[in-house]
Ligand binder design. Structure first.
Ligand code: 5MM
Length: 350
C-alpha cells in the first residue's frame, strides 16, 4: 500500500467546492427511479441516462470530484464507443465503484441487515483498478427501531457485524491501492427524533472507527460517508436546519479522528434543498468556530439526481434540460460545501 498516493486521491475527492456523485444505483433501485419517471429500465436506457450526467461538462469539471459507479456502468461504453469511465476521467473527475453486494437478513437479529460482498473482493478490486477505479464504496444499513423494526433495533450485534464488514472491506481496498468510502448509514425512516438519531449514529461511528483501527486501516487514506443527525421522516417534530447542523458537527467532532481527510454525506431521502441547506449550515458553522479538521462535502445520490431524472424523462430531446438540472444541483451543493449557499439562489434559477 502506498499511503501517500491514497491520501492524495482522498484529498482530491473532497477538494474545495467539489463533491461526489453517487450514481451507483443497483439494477433494482434504478428501476424504481425510472418507474417514477415512466422510463423502461434497460441496459441502454441506463447507459443513456448516465452518459447524459457524465457529459454535463460544467457540472463534472467544476463541481464533481468523483463518481461512484455500479458494476454494469463501469464496463459500459457511451453511444460513440468511449468507455463511460474515460468520460469521467476526461472531465477531471475520479471514477469509483460500489463493491458491496447489497444487504441480507442478519441471523438472530429479526428485522436487521448485514451487508454482503467480501467473498472474492480482493480479485474484484484488482479488476476495477485496472479499469480505472481509484476509490470504492460499501454501504452498511442501520435501521432505528421506532416505527419500523421495534425498540431493540438497532442491536449492538448489528452495529458490530456491519462495522466489522466495513473495516474488512476498507483494509482490502487499501491493499489494492483503492481509497475506501466507508458508509455506515443510519436510516432516517421511522418516527424517531433527532436525539435518538444522534445516539444511534454515535454508537455506529464509534464502533466503526474501533473496527477500522483493529483492522489497521490507515485513516488518512479513506473517506467517511455518514448520515446527518436528523429527525426521522415520520417524527412530529422536525429539527431545524440549525439544529441538524449543530448536532451533526458536535457528533462528528466527538467521533471522527482528524486524520480522516474528508466527510462526504449521503442525502438519505432528504429533499434536494434540505440536503443542500444542511450541508451549507454545517460548513458555515465550521467556519465560524475555526476550521474543522476535515473537509465536509456531499456524496449524494437522490439529492443530485431527482431533478435531472425528472427533466430528462427518458427523451433524447430533454438531454440538455436534464444536464441543466444536474448542473444546477451540483452548483448549489458546491456552494454548500463552502458554506455559501443561500435559498434565494434556488428561486433565481427557477
Ligand atoms: C445511489 O444509491 C446508492 C445505491 O443504492 P442500492 O445499492 O440500494 O441500489 C446508495 O448506496 C447511495 O450511494 C447512498 O445511499 C447515497 O445516496 P443518497 O440517495 O442517500 O444520497
Amino acid at each position: 500500500m502506498n499511503l501517500a498516493d491514497l491520501n492524495k486521491i482522498a484529498l482530491a475527492m473532497v477538494a474545495s467546492g467539489k463533491g461526489i456523485l453517487a450514481a451507483d444505483e443497483s439494477s433494482g433501485t434504478i428501476k424504481k427511479r425510472f418507474d417514477a419517471i415512466k422510463v423502461e429500465s434497460t441496459e441502454q436506457s441506463r447507459r443513456d441516462y448516465r452518459e447524459m450526467l457524465f457529459r454535463s461538462s460544467e457540472a463534472m469539471r467544476q463541481y464533481i470530484s468523483g463518481v461512484i459507479l455500479y458494476d454494469e456502468t463501469i464496463w459500459q461504453d457511451a453511444a460513440d464507443g468511449t468507455p463511460l469511465v474515460r468520460l469521467i476521467e476526461q472531465s477531471g473527475a475520479i471514477p469509483g465503484i460500489k463493491v458491496d453486494e447489497g444487504t441480507q437478513a442478519l441471523p438472530g437479529c429479526p428485522g436487521e441487515l448485514v451487508t454482503a460482498g467480501l467473498d472474492k473482493l480482493a480479485e474484484r478490486l484488482k479488476k476495477y483498478y485496472e479499469r480505472g477505479a481509484r476509490f470504492a464504496k460499501w454501504r452498511a444499513v442501520i435501521d432505528i427501531g421506532e416505527g419500523t423494526g421495534g425498540p431493540g433495533v438497532p442491536s449492538m450485534t448489528a452495529i458490530h457485524v456491519n462495522a466489522h464488514a466495513l473495516a474488512r472491506y476498507a483494509a482490502l481496498c487499501q491493499a489494492a491501492q483503492i481509497v475506501p468510502i466507508v458508509e455506515p448509514e443510519v436510516l432516517m425512516d421511522g418516527g424517531h427524533d433527532i436525539d435518538r438519531c444522534f445516539d444511534v449514529t454515535q454508537r455506529v461511528l464509534n464502533k466503526t472507527f474501533q473496527e477500522l483501527r483493529v483492522q489497521r486501516v490507515a485513516l488518512e487514506g479513506m473517506i467517511l460517508k455518514p448520515n446527518m443527525v436528523i429527525s426521522g421522516k415520520k417524527c412530529a417534530r422536525q429539527a431545524s436546519v440549525e439544529e441538524v447542523a449543530e448536532k451533526t458537527i458536535r457528533l462528528l467532532k466527538a467521533c471522527v479522528p482528524a486524520a480522516v481527510p474528508g466527510i462526504a454525506f449521503l442525502s438519505g431521502g432528504q429533499s434536494d434543498e434540505d440536503a443542500t441547506a444542511h450541508l451549507s449550515a454545517m460548513n458555515r458553522l465550521g467556519g465560524l468556530n475555526g476550521n474543522l479538521p476535515w473537509q465536509l462535502t456531499f456524496s449524494y445520490g437522490r439529492a443530485l439526481q431527482a431533478a435531472p431524472q425528472k427533466a430528462w424523462s427518458g427523451k433524447a430531446e430533454n438531454v440538455a434540460a436534464g444536464q441543466r438540472a444536474f448542473t444546477h444541483r451540483a452548483r448549489m451543493n458546491s456552494l454548500a460545501s463552502k458554506g455559501e449557499w443561500q435559498a434565494d439562489l434556488e428561486k433565481k434559477a427557477a
